[in-house]
Ligand binder design. Structure first.
Ligand code: SF4
Length: 326
């Protein structure tokens, strides 16, 4: 008989305690990873707010809540940061109920009541307008977004909001950048902060530094009551989907490439592009002074680290010191 086959660990109670120990270790690891994710999101959002001076003392920030993972995360992280920020700002959550079929109108109010956030639900049947105006088979998103935007800006003014916060993240910004480059021939992305097109609001995107993959995980961790985004029956933009696929493939084959592309959006050298409105090529004369940004005839291999700049205002610095990198 082989004695080693009869250790106490092999008894039924030994198995059970082994299993319990393994489960406890697993739960500990998951809790550790979740906490790390939360800290990372707080740090990245705090840094973006600081870098672009998105939120100032006394602001009233209107958080546009669609019921998707991104806007839930945006609200959640802003609430955390507000408790630790060196400034005071108010938050009001706003959802536009576009009267899409089967929209569960009670989900967001119930969630917002539970977490104690002031909110406003704006009821506007843009769904019927879009269905009536856009011919069958044509994409409805352009008109739908235009209508939504106008309504949200109006609501922001009515609520006295000084900032309108949207849940676009790093991947949205990159996809928009490539869509504009590939299909509109423009170097144009989605800015972290800009005046609205009616000139009345400042629109901010505090998730600008956050990867979509992190938001997907965060939504699972927090169990946000997600409202599906296909209630309108519209298909996801095919070109955007292709760009998403392209970025996924790059990330797999060339880790770090997408980070470098993102970093390049904040490291623009107008004299090395071709926009005559951005750089005075036509009037250019040699100054006789050495210029590190001057032409070196043949470029060296770029070797960007993709590192972002440290935050340069009180908000960003305080948040980064509270949620340091691991
Ligand atoms: S997916 Fe539907 S709800 Fe979203 S912008 Fe397009 S039409 Fe509007």
């Amino acid at each position: 008989m082989n004695d080693r086959l009869h250790s106490s660990a092999d008894t039924p109670s030994g198995d059970a305690s082994d299993q319990a120990a393994i489960s406890a270790k697993k739960a500990e690891k998951i809790a550790y990873e979740n906490n790390k994710l939360h800290k990372r999101l707080c740090r990245q959002v705090g840094q973006a707010i600081g870098d672009f001076n998105m939120i100032e003392d006394g602001d009233k920030v209107m958080v546009c809540l669609s019921g998707g993972k991104d806007s839930y995360a945006l609200l959640d992280i802003l609430l955390t940061l507000r408790e630790r920020a060196p400034i005071h700002f108010d938050i009001v959550a706003v959802n536009l109920d576009q009267k899409q079929p089967n929209f569960p109108a009670d989900v967001l109010p119930a969630y917002l009541e539970k977490i104690g956030v002031p909110y406003h639900i704006e009821n506007q049947d843009t769904y019927s307008i879009v269905k009536r105006v856009v011919p069958e088979g044509k994409t409805t998103c352009a008109l739908c977004s235009r209508l939504r935007r106008g309504i949200l800006y109006r609501v922001a003014t009515e609520l006295g909001a000084t900032k309108v916060a949207l849940g676009h993240h790093r991947d949205d910004i990159l996809e928009t950048f490539f869509l504009n480059m590939f299909f509109a021939g423009k170097l144009k992305g989605m800015p972290p902060k800009l005046q609205s097109d009616d000139g009345k609001q400042i629109v901010i995107r505090p998730l600008a530094y956050v990867k979509e993959a992190d938001l997907i995980r965060y939504a699972e961790v927090k169990q946000f009551p997600i409202i599906p985004c296909d209630l309108c029956g519209s298909q996801e933009n095919l070109q955007r989907k292709q760009i998403k696929g392209l970025m996924r493939e790059w990330e797999k084959k060339f880790p770090g490439r997408v980070d470098n592309i993102f970093s390049s959006l904040s490291t623009v050298v107008p004299s090395h592009l071709m926009d005559r409105d951005l750089f005075g090529f036509t009037a250019l004369q040699a100054t006789g002074e050495a210029d590190a940004n001057g032409d070196i005839a043949f470029d060296e291999e770029p070797c960007s680290t993709g590192a972002s700049q440290p935050a340069d205002n009180a908000f960003g610095s305080q948040i980064i010191s509270l949620f340091p990198a691991d």
